[in-house]
Design a binder for this molecule. Structure first.
Ligand SMILES: Nc1ncnc2c1ncn2[C@@H]1O[C@H](COP(=O)(O)OP(=O)(O)OP(=O)(O)O)[C@@H](O)[C@H]1O
Ligand SMILES: [Mg+2]
Length: 293
């Protein structure tokens, strides 16, 4: 270790000790304080260890059937990770566990290095910055595109404050920027119910983006889309990469080919293979599970 790094380390330990002394211990990490030398700023995800999501030896059984079996996996900040695997591999169940919908029987699930997700409820996990997109679009069909996006900022506020809710200039700018990102700038006044299936999916992604999630979980986002919509969704995800971390579950391999760097193959509730799409597609075990079912 160079003297510079020693000094930096000492400085961080001091800063951390001062921070620890100053802040109350009911932090977002559920009262768990960061270990020495690591700075944990309340409200921020600590990614100093290079991981925004970390799962270790996670298992869950349903009526004796192990849907997730000693699953270990991690994702780097800004990464776009693709997850593939045969039906019933446990992909959706893994997302249920990350978002607090399903509690695992055992294992570790961390958001950054300090937030133990197993100590948090589903709504809290969303607030911490993990957004989830289910397969079916769930937009408000009777409202316009604009109103849907605006509404995304009102969640978890009381009825009264929501009635008087008005976007501030920063939020308005953000909304305008997101409209462009999700390819709906020219449809801002249209009723969501009149949008195509693909546009509804983009609108829902836009609603998630309004909350500026650090990690986005997307379950089969291009299912039911036309080829053109699928291509535009690939473009959209590539623009989100880097600003957000993404975990994308998909069966559409040409879509995966367009967007993927690292692909993780899930099978029988654990990781079967990981690598580039070419690498995993050439893996005998992967070929076997896809052909064997
Ligand atoms: N709440 C539940 N109760 C009982 N069994 C469940 C439950 N949730 C999931 N399972 C089972 O766990 C296994 C994994 O399901 P999961 O939905 O996670 O698979 P998947 O990889 O998302 O599949 P697909 O590609 O078809 O969406 C399946 O055998 C499923 O039937
Ligand atoms: Mg699924």
């Amino acid at each position: 270790m160079t003297p510079d790094l020693f000094e930096e380390g000492a400085r961080r330990v001091q800063q951390h000790a001062a921070l620890e002394a100053a802040r109350p211990h009911n932090t977002e990490s559920g009262g768990r304080s960061a270990s020495e030398g690591r700075i944990a700023t309340p409200g921020e995800v600590d990614v100093t260890h290079g991981r925004i999501l970390y799962l270790q030896d996670v298992s869950v059984s349903f009526d004796g059937f192990k849907a997730i079996n000693k699953l270990s996996l991690d994702i780097a900040p800004g990464e776009l990770r693709c997850i593939i695997g045969p039906n019933g591999a446990g992909k959706t169940t893994m997302m249920d566990i990350i978002t607090g919908k399903t509690r695992p029987d055992e294992g570790t699930v961390f958001f950054g290095s300090t937030i133990d997700l197993l100590r948090h409820k589903e709504a809290e996990i969303a607030q911490l910055g993990i957004g989830r997109k289910f397969q079916k679009p769930t937009v408000f069909e009777q409202l316009t595109v604009f109103e849907n996006l605006e509404l995304a900022l009102k969640t978890n506020k009381g009825v009264k404050s929501s009635m008087f809710f008005k976007l501030d200039s920063r939020q308005s700018d953000r909304l305008a920027e997101i409209l462009v990102t999700i390819h709906l700038a020219s449809s801002v006044g249209r009723l969501a119910g009149n949008l195509s299936h693909g546009q509804k999916q983009w609108l829902e992604i836009g609603m998630l983006l309004m909350q500026d999630p650090k990690l986005l979980l997307l379950d089969e986002p291009v299912a039911g889309m036309t080829d053109e919509e699928t291509a535009r969704t690939a473009e959209l995800f590539l623009t989100l990469k880097g600003k957000h971390s993404l975990m994308v579950v998909e069966h559409d391999m040409s879509f995966i080919r367009t967007i993927s760097e690292i692909v993780t193959v899930l099978c029988d509730g654990s990781v079967l293979a990981q690598g580039t799409l070419d690498q995993v597609q050439a893996d005998e075990r992967v070929i076997e599970v896809y052909l064997g079912r």
